[in-house]
Design a protein around this ligand. Structure first.
Ligand code: HEM
Length: 425
């Protein structure tokens, strides 16, 4: 099995780096998503390239398929009438009748229209251009504060000192969660999202269920407080918008309200955290790209896109065929499950010339890191703003920034998660 943490890269050019060839052949025929090889995470892009070339619609031991071609992912994302996101059938054997089942089948991301459309509409107010622009000064101030601390200390562990702190502050502000409670959110998020990994131990299952229950109890308290003090409401705050919808009695049930809050708090930080960690890491591994950005700061927008393409924070989405269908000539019976390998699609040479080249000026760059179609990430503009502000400031302010020790990746498959990254000036 994959070890808990895997060193993925170092500051020095002559040591192992993501995607480097360790000399062994990829066994495409024996590849099984349900039983991944030990080196899958550090070598993910080599596995994807081999699969794309030899078995782009690859059957696993449980009958599901791994998709690695850009065009096949686009097809599945674009047609929710064939490719369902609803997880009631998929999660029953894994989660039974548990809090994890309740959560992962109630949040909008794992439901189909019209329920998904109804819930998504309620969130829209929080993600309008106006609402996001109003968040920008706060994001600037937070980033300046983290970078001031870094300047004083001269060294930083990027994940805990920067890339986790910022998104969790922002999403908790949006929801209306007090600062003092933010560390709780991180632990719950890890346990709840961790339960989506292909294989789950009994201890992980139990901890995930407890996290859902604790999170619900916590949110019930926050909602009670909000209802008791309506004057404390902030314009555009998601919690209040959802409470209004729930009180209407028609738009949202209490259970739906709780699980959307949990989902947003989770989705809103893990992903952006990893975008920031990978971004700092990839830029420092490619000093020519830092120079390019310094020479032309307007490249920061395309830099964010390239970081998202190169190391997709979410690596896998899933869909289930509602009816018998066909994908690139492969017949798939109703009930087939497909694993949409975002990291693989983002490195598909038919869409991205020289896909292993990290190029912050790459255009066009239609990566799939935010998904596509009806479920396309509701927070994509917010994540892009966070990335733009962090990378814009960090590389302009610290010309002597350097990697201190190898970045570490967790063994998680769905999230390409950096657990530790040390830098210094
Ligand atoms: C770099 C950061 C992020 C990445 C890579 C990311 C990625 C994704 C992806 C791939 C999906 C689609 C899932 C599917 O189709 O099955 C998604 C959905 C979603 N994301 Fe994000 N996300 C990020 C940040 C955020 C943030 C900051 C928020 C909110 C504060 C957010 C909220 C959502 C929501 C609500 C959905 C569900 C949309 C729906 O089902 O209609 N995300 N995200």
């Amino acid at each position: 099995m994959i070890t808990k943490e895997t060193a993925i890269a170092t500051a020095s050019e002559d040591q192992a780096r993501i995607g480097d060839d360790n000399g062994h052949e990829i066994d495409v025929a024996g590849f099984d998503f349900m039983n991944l090889p030990d080196d899958f995470v550090p070598e993910a892009y080599r596995y994807f390239a081999a699969l794309r070339a030899a078995s782009p619609i690859h059957r696993n031991s449980d009958g599901s398929f791994v998709l690695t071609r850009y065009d096949d992912l686009v097809t599945a994302y674009r047609d929710p009438s064939v490719w369902s996101s609803d997880k009631k059938i998929d999660f029953k054997p894994k989660f039974g009748d548990s809090p994890l089942y309740e959560h992962h089948t109630t949040s909008l991301v794992f439901r189909d229209p019209p329920d998904q459309t109804r819930i998504r509409k309620l969130l829209q107010a929080a993600f309008t251009r106006k609402a996001l622009v109003s968040l920008e000064p706060r994001i600037h101030a937070l980033v300046d504060g983290y970078l001031d601390e870094f300047e004083e200390r001269r060294e930083m562990e990027v994940v805990s000192d920067l890339s986790f702190k910022l998104p969790v502050e922002v999403v908790c502000d949006m929801l209306g969660v007090p600062s003092s409670d933010r560390i709780l959110i991180r632990d719950w998020a890890l346990l709840i999202l961790g339960a989506l990994e292909p294989v789950l131990t009994d201890a992980e299952f139990k901890a995930g269920c407890k996290a859902v229950e604790d999170f619900k109890a916590y949110l019930r308290d926050r909602i009670r407080e909000r209802k008791a003090n309506p004057e404390g409401r902030i314009e555009g705050e998601i919690l209040s918008a959802l409470i209004d919808a729930e009180e209407d009695g028609e738009n949202l049930t209490e259970l739906e309200l709780l699980h959307q809050c949990i989902f947003l708090l989770n989705a809103g930080h893990e992903t952006s955290t990893n975008m920031i960690s990978h971004g700092v890491h990839e830029m420092l591994r490619h000093p020519d790209q830092i120079e390019k950005l310094r020479a032309d700061p307007t490249l920061v927008d395309s830099a964010v896109e390239e970081i998202l393409r190169f190391q997709a924070p979410i690596q896998v989405n899933n869909r289930r065929a509602i009816q018998d269908t066909e994908l690139s000539g492969m017949q798939m019976p109703a009930g087939s499950i497909v694993h949409l390998m975002i990291g693989a699609a983002n490195h598909d040479a038919t869409q991205f010339p020289e896909p292993e080249k990290f190029d912050i000026a790459r255009r066009p760059n239609r990566h799939l890191s935010f998904g596509l179609g009806v479920h396309i990430c509701a927070g994509n503009s917010l994540a892009r703003i966070e990335g733009k502000i962090v990378f814009g400031k960090l590389f302009a302010r610290f010309p002597t920034l350097r990697l201190e020790s190898p970045a570490r990746l967790s063994s998680r498959i769905r999230f390409r998660e950096v657990t530790e990254l040390h830098v210094a000036i």
